[in-house]
Design a protein around this ligand. Structure first.
Ligand SMILES: CC(=O)SCCNC(=O)CCNC(=O)[C@H](O)C(C)(C)COP(=O)(O)OP(=O)(O)OC[C@H]1O[C@@H](n2cnc3c(N)ncnc32)[C@H](O)[C@@H]1OP(=O)(O)O
Ligand SMILES: O=C([O-])CC(=O)C(=O)O
Length: 437
């Protein structure tokens, strides 16, 4: 058994009594009431999910296993010659809550490599889809196609389900899936955008480095990939992709069914697809100006035109955050610290948008949070390095998001969380509760 799995088994054994005690002795303790506004308004703020993988404070932003973004980057073992950590070490952290040693990290690196071969039938599925399918359709289909190899489902069908040990099957599926997502993303990218020519994995590279290598990117982009995947990994449990993955897995659907569903949620423009929308918006805008940077007046006009046409400003606002997203700040700092990128016209435009948009959203008076989220800043970095196919950006997000969703569903099984089934009411009932019927 790998060190990670052994440590995870110990952590699970130590954690189980906490969950059991809460469920048995304190089940009636209230976490707050739900209101009509919450029932109609997307369950905002209702506390009915549990996760220890990450926590989102509205003012501070995300903490991964208790660590802020800068603390996470500082604490994890770094890829030799790079300022950025191994994605594999971050996986160890999210799974166990412990910062791994270099040795433990390298064990995960080797484990993922041994599981990373994409089956030929997945390639066949990808190639059978219309080439103009959205890359998220391809990504989700590839994940779903691998369900036939699920250890969890195959053991379940063979009558081997055991509530205490089934997390191990979820862990095996999650690790098998995680190890293949980078290569699958790279295959889609090169099939769609690089003349269907492909690059084999380099056995000497880590996951982030290999992704850069397999899409045909530069040495510098290896750090971009590592940073991007870590930053996009997890945002506690209630966001659409994490919640969908958890919800589907709660029916004892396996990791492939669950994460494919999560990816479908990530593909919505109010969620992960917003990074594609940000680039589409900025590119269309710059095209209208003949590639020139706008004046502040032109920019304000364009932002108001978007709002007045009933559309949202992509990359701004958030359901929980009430400040600039620290994932935005982290990527902005990367741009400011990267020669060439800090003076890049698209980065300047994104910075101008940052300067004027919050005031406009406040003036409009609708958005509860006028500040930028992660999606407002991620695309410019990709564009700068030559990944200009912005339809692909949400696939990058989806590779990263698996780092959070898959440990979450592994722990769901370990702690025996129930099938999710909140209660619905009718409009008549709401009117009766409101005293208007
Ligand atoms: C990785 C991520 O998923 S981060 C989020 C990515 N999504 C985006 O960037 C898309 C733009 N942003 C939005 O649409 C929203 O801010 C969301 C979806 C992120 C959050 O939605 P909510 O929690 O419902 O936001 P909020 O309570 O502030 O919404 C109130 C009103 O402000 C509007 N609003 C919120 N953000 C924006 C925005 N960026 N531009 C214009 N209007 C906005 C909402 O559409 C809503 O309008 P309505 O009353 O006419 O329905
Ligand atoms: O938290 C949310 O609702 C959306 C978000 O930023 C994410 O999932 O990364």
């Amino acid at each position: 058994m790998s060190t990670l799995k052994k440590v995870l088994a110990e952590k699970i054994a130590a954690h189980r009594p906490r969950t059991t005690r809460l469920a048995k002795e304190f089940a009636d303790v209230s976490l707050g009431e739900s209101t009509i506004g919450q029932a109609i308004g997307g369950a905002r703020g209702i506390k009915c999910l549990v996760t220890d993988i990450s926590y989102l404070d509205p003012m501070e932003g995300i903490r991964f296993r208790g660590y802020t973004i800068p603390e996470t980057f500082a604490a994890l073992p770094k890829v030799p010659g790079s300022d950025y950590p191994y994605v594999e070490g971050f996986w160890y952290l999210l799974m166990t809550g412990d910062i791994p040693t270099m040795e433990q990290t390298l064990e995960v690196v080797e484990d993922w490599k041994s599981r990373s071969q994409v089956p030929q039938y997945v390639i066949d599925v990808l190639r059978a889809l219309p080439r103009d399918s959205h890359p998220m359709v391809m990504f989700s289909s590839a994940i779903l196609a691998m369900q036939r190899d699920s250890v969890f489902s195959n053991n379940y069908a063979a009558g081997k389900f055991n509530k205490m040990t089934c997390w191990e099957d979820m862990y095996e599926d999650s690790t098998n899936l995680m190890a293949k997502l980078g290569p699958i993303g790279a295959y889609i990218y090169r099939m769609k955008y690089k003349g269907d020519t492909h690059i084999d994995a380099d056995p000497d590279l880590d996951m982030g480095g290999n992704f850069a290598h397999m899409i045909g990117q530069s040495e510098d982009y290896k750090n971009v990939a590592r940073m991007y995947f870590i930053l996009h990994s997890d945002h506690e449990s209630g966001n659409v992709s994490a919640h969908t993955t958890h919800l589907v897995a709660s029916a004892l659907s396996d990791a492939y069914y669950a994460y494919s569903a999560g990816i479908n949620g990530l593909a919505g423009p109010l969620h992960g697809l917003a990074n594609e929308e940000v680039l589409r918006w900025t590119q269309n805008f710059m095209a209208k100006l003949g590639g020139e940077l706008p004046t502040e007046e032109q920019l304000k006009e364009a932002l108001w035109a978007t709002l007045n046409s009933g559309q949202v400003i992509p990359g701004y606002g958030h359901a929980v955050l009430r400040k600039t997203d620290p994932r935005y700040t982290s990527q902005r700092e990367f741009c400011l610290n990267t020669e060439g990128l800090k003076d890049y016209p698209l980065f300047k435009l994104v910075s101008m948008i940052f300067d004027v948009t919050p005031d406009i959203l406040v003036e409009q008076g609708k958005a509860k949070n006028p500040w930028p989220n992660v999606d407002a800043q991620s695309g410019v970095i990709q564009w700068y390095y030559g990944v200009t196919q912005y339809e692909f950006y949400t696939v990058l997000f989806g590779i990263g998001r698996a780092l959070g969703c898959l440990p979450n569903i592994t722990w769901d099984r370990a702690l025996g969380y129930a099938i999710e089934r909140p209660k619905s009411v009718t409009t008549d009932m709401l009117e009766a509760a409101a005293g208007i019927k």
